[in-house]
Design a protein around this ligand. Sequence first.
Ligand SMILES: [Zn+2]
Ligand SMILES: [Zn+2]
Length: 430
Amino acid sequence: MKIEHECPQCGAPIILDETDRLLSCRFCRVRLYIQTGDYFRYYFPPGKGIDDDILFIPYWRFRGMHFSCITDRIEQGLIDKTFPAVISQSVEPSLGLRPSSLKLRFVQPSDKGTFLQPQFSFKESYAATEQKVSFEQVAVHKDLTVFESFDIPITETIIKQEVLFYESFIAETLSLLYTPVYIRDAVIYDAILNEPMPGAAGDGGLDVRGAGNTSGITFLPTMCPNCGWDMVAERDSCILVCTHCNSLWETTGGGFRRTDFAVVRAAKDNTGLVYLPFWRMKINVQGIDFKSYADLVRYANLPKAIRQEWEKAGLYFWAPAFKVPPSTFLMLSKQLTLLQPDREIDDTLPGSPVYPVNLSKQEAIESTKITLANMSARKKTLFPRLNDISIGCVESLLVYYPFIETKTEYIQEEFRLGIQKNALKLGQTI
Ligand SMILES: [Zn+2]
Ligand SMILES: [Zn+2]
């Protein structure tokens, strides 16, 4: 979906993609980073000539990865959907068809109309709409030990189904999307199509309490807060790079915040190098013994004889800091976490290109539980306990690793790891 906005500096019309965080004006050349305190909020403008009081109904808009731990395996997929964030007889489960020419607009404090508050979190909205489907989709499975260990009574229906023990959402985009309605003669109308909504008498049970306008968005010049240099940012970057004073800036609701990073030098000079960013996280896992490298070796059943010193050796979780399809994301996070790379690092940006960071630290931290599940050698006994396992991030660092660029892939020689360029290209469309 596209968003229409006016350049805050010169007023020229600008069309943005919903994943764009950078506004570049081709008229006045200003480059601004778009920020919000929590979620981006957009609305469909009502049709022309409708001057009734407009109510804006919120939907959660999710685009990202979805992982489910089912019985003894992890299934992954992409979700690109909207979910109603309020209950009402007149709120459709999906947004339905909208004219493709219809552009969204950012919700701004000056906008007229009543913006309803979401009644549910995204996860609740998702569960209400999709959960049943996830259960019906899973195949017949005869092994009943998992149900016994989870203390679920074995009934006819359960025998035909598997159990979904844990779900994780890694959102590249989670926003609120508002669609306009109005009430005329006790009938609720879609204010885009200007037609009555199905089954829509009265206000359809819409809860207008607590409704009000919400915080807007802010635009920040992409100037380095330290030296004033114009920073490097791609359309969807969540970390901006100042190559002038060698600093990295994470975007927060309140502005740019300096972020630590590390660079692993290439073993030998190579002209075809690209540095790919990864999140390295120290995670406090509660609920199972998972503190030392020895714990990891036992947990993943790695073919290694455990050495005494490994019992005390700490460990890190890893995740890519860039978007890739969910299967590649799972593979990279698992491989790197099992490898526990500990090469020497420094904090000077390399002369070679660095790949943009477009997967935030928060999303990477969220993903560690799925990585934990994915590394287990005993998924069947672990999965029922997943909801009781808690994770907390103690420290995190962005680490750039050198990869050699070939025609079709990026290769990390030391890890014997190859990432298809296609996977990165696909990731950009997520
Ligand atoms: Zn402009
Ligand atoms: Zn700078």
